[in-house]
Design a protein around this ligand. Structure first.
Ligand SMILES: Cc1ncc(COP(=O)(O)O)c(C=O)c1O
Length: 476
């Protein structure tokens, strides 16, 4: 079907080569026949004047000759760094394909199946023909359920028009950053950070400002450091609690201190990424930033279904905030993806119906995660030269192994940073873990314990053996 918005338009390549000309009356078939790989046509104006007058039909006979393709990319894309985790993951996959029994602890997704009641709701949606577009912002049914959840579990009041359901929390965050940041604005990101935050800031032509934290302070942001880095340019502070990659949970008192700093900067908004909120280990408790006095107006709360409900593949997340900002994000979404999957939204309603904080099914998963965390903390804690901040939530352990840097591993080479250490652990220990460098802290590596206890035991043994043989190596 012809796309009406393309009618009367000239389709050009970035080096002004004419690729095709479409008349107001042309259909997609005649359009494709008029495609040409010719050299630039000097007579063509490339100006976009908003003029809706159809251009004259101009048929161009296909020319069969080599086309010089302009392979340049947009500066925006060029400013985005490729994920460093991809390299190690690719290497691990290649080893597995070659028959090497690599234990993969790099994944950021629960190893559990989606709870049956949620999966059934999705299957019923398909059976009942609930397979059409939903409203861009999400179904009223799901947005109402989200409002109820946010009120009961988080103590924050929203109406359905203050909720935007998206295809995963990742989309919610990107849209929020795009919606509120202008070129030159600063996005304040405590490190270690989730890999996507700085790149999303760059995609919005904003500048990521990374604020370091320390393992001795459980990787929590110091409000004084925050205060010292804020200026007129500061537009968005991103807080992730419980955190990926550290598992740190911000105590309410600290969030209140941060809120006091934020309140002194009228331009500053806060994006509170709460996607791991249910995966939290007592006595730690979760506080929603928007629930703090004076913070509702300037907080964009992001949450989703991927982690707590083991629904990574269903692609469902949401943003809650003042209507003005949510509507702006909705505008971006309406031109990008439209509403999330109708099937996933039905499943999301079922997930929120499972009881407070996900009920029994989520509690069972959290119990298993805690057991694994305790095992790994104990095992690696006994290892010489390793620093640990005991994670209070999520399913990651962010370990400081920097005391092993500066050694030459026999048959491997120099261990000089988190990336070389991870490659060494993959090579010698056959365990795939992620270099801390990817999260803005090169002293550490991230181990995901979204794997069975027996898998973790096998991996820990291999990692320990590899590290011990490194200890024996002579520092250079
Ligand atoms: C901190 C954090 N935020 C957001 C996301 C995005 O989650 P999703 O898009 O699957 O909802 C992830 C996924 O790894 C994450 O770790």
């Amino acid at each position: 079907m012809a796309n009406s918005s393309l009618r009367g338009s000239t389709i050009i390549s970035s080096r002004h080569q004419l690729v095709g000309v479409r008349s107001a009356s042309s259909d997609s078939d005649s359009f494709s026949k008029s495609l040409s790989f010719s050299s630039p046509l000097p007579n063509f104006s490339l100006k976009s004047s908003g003029n809706t007058r159809p251009l004259q039909t101009k048929r161009i006979t296909p020319v069969v000759r080599a086309m010089e393709v302009d392979i340049s990319l947009s500066p925006r894309v060029n400013s985005v760094k490729p994920s460093k985790t991809v390299a190690i993951t690719d290497q691990a996959t290649a080893l597995v394909q070659a028959g090497v029994p690599v234990i993969r602890l790099a994944a950021g997704e629960p190893d559990f199946d989606t709870p049956t009641v949620i999966a059934e709701a999705g299957m019923n949606a398909i059976r009942e023909g609930y397979t059409r577009y939903t409203p861009n912002a999400g179904t009223l049914e799901l947005r109402s359920a989200i409002c109820k959840k946010l009120k009961e579990e988080n103590g924050i009041s929203y109406t359905p028009d203050q909720i935007l359901v998206s295809n995963g929390a990742k989309q919610s965050i990107l849209q929020a950053v795009l919606a509120v940041c202008s070129p030159g604005d600063e996005v304040i990101i405590p490190a270690p950070f989730w890999v996507s935050y700085p790149e999303m800031a760059r995609l919005a032509d904003a500048t990521p400002v990374i604020l370091p934290t320390s393992i001795s302070e459980d990787f929590l942001l110091d409000p004084k450091l925050l205060e010292s880095k804020l200026s007129e340019k500061s537009r968005l502070l991103i807080i992730c609690s419980p955190s990926n990659p550290t598992g740190s949970v911000y105590p309410r008192k600290l969030l209140e201190q941060i809120a006091q700093v934020v309140a002194r900067h009228p331009r500053l908004l806060v994006l509170s990424d709460e996607i791991y909120e249910h995966i939290i280990y007592a006595p730690a408790t979760h506080t929603s930033f928007a629930s703090l006095p004076g913070m509702w107006e300037r907080t964009l709360t992001v949450n989703g279904f991927s982690k707590a409900f083991a629904m990574t593949g269903w692609r469902l997340g949401y943003l809650a905030g003042p209507k003005h900002f949510v509507a702006a994000c909705g505008k971006i979404q309406s031109q990008a993806t439209s509403g999330a999957s109708s099937i996933s939204q039905k499943a999301g309603v079922a997930a929120l119906g499972m009881g407070y904080a996900g009920g029994e099914a989520v509690a069972t998963m959290v119990k298993a995660f805690k057991k694994r965390r305790d095992y790994l903390v104990q095992t690696f804690g006994a290892l010489e030269g390793v620093k640990i901040s005991v994670p209070q939530g999520a399913f990651y352990l962010f370990l400081d192994f920097s005391s092993y840097y500066g050694t030459e591993a026999e048959g491997f080479g120099m261990i000089k940073d988190s990336e070389s250490l991870c490659r060494y652990l993959l090579d010698k220990g056959q365990a795939a873990v992620v270099p801390g460098d990817a999260f803005g802290d090169d002293t550490c590596i991230r181990i995901s314990y979204a794997a069975s206890l027996s898998t973790l035991q096998a991996a820990a043994d291999k990692i320990k053996d590899a590290l011990i043989s490194l200890r024996r190596a002579v520092p250079v």
